[in-house]
Design a binder for this molecule. Structure first.
Ligand SMILES: [Zn+2]
Length: 197
């Protein structure tokens, strides 16, 4: 991103998208080429190329990823009411159902390292770089999840590969949300590490 195209520092602080831009730079330093649209907007999302934008959506916790929308639609249609990205909770959980004291976390398999999943690959180049990123993500996820559980929230972790399947495959969710015996569920679960109480 060219320096001259950035909004003035004061504006950037006020711009809610700045945080995203800032995070994106951390993940992919210097890899955000400006496009023709850059002179018109000034908002970060407007000045990155489509390719970069899709990587941002995939890699950095955006607020409206497709898998998340699918989950939200399913829940809403079934009468569940929820809050999104509640800031005062650890890790700003994607979907929060206060009535059931349930947090739903929607995770991309690649970035959040879905155990045993075929999508949790490691790129062949810059292996150390990726490994460090992955370790940080997993560590953060674990910390957030534990904090939520400790403060009495139940946690349902949904992985993108499962959400991509037929919607009927997620019907279990509708029963699990009101069922207090499930403190922590990770789905789909390819390992034997499931903790279900
Ligand atoms: Zn997966």
């Amino acid at each position: 991103m060219r320096q001259s195209l950035r909004p003035a520092p004061r504006d950037r602080r006020r711009n809610p998208r700045f945080k995203l831009a800032h995070e994106a730079e951390k993940f992919f330093p210097g890899r955000y080429p400006a496009t023709e649209a850059s002179s018109s907007g000034g908002l970060f999302m407007d000045i990155v190329s489509r390719e970069v934008r899709s990587r941002m959506m995939a890699g950095i916790r955006g607020s409206d990823t497709l898998p998340e929308m699918k989950v939200r639609k399913l829940l809403h249609r079934q009468g569940f009411r929820y809050r999104l990205h509640q800031r005062n909770l650890p890790g700003k959980p994607d979907v929060v159902l206060p009535r059931y004291r349930v947090c739903i976390l929607v995770h991309g398999c690649f970035w959040h390292r879905h155990p045993g999943c075929r999508y949790a690959t490691i790129p062949k180049t810059r292996e150390d770089f990726w490994q460090t990123k992955f370790d940080q993500n997993v560590k953060r996820d674990t910390r957030n999840r534990d904090e939520l559980l400790r403060s009495g929230w139940r946690v349902i972790e949904l992985w993108e590969c499962g959400i991509r399947g037929p919607e009927a495959g997620m019907n279990w969710l509708l029963e699990t949300i009101p069922d207090c015996t499930h403190k922590y569920v990770s789905w789909p679960n390819f390992s034997d590490l499931l903790v279900a109480s």
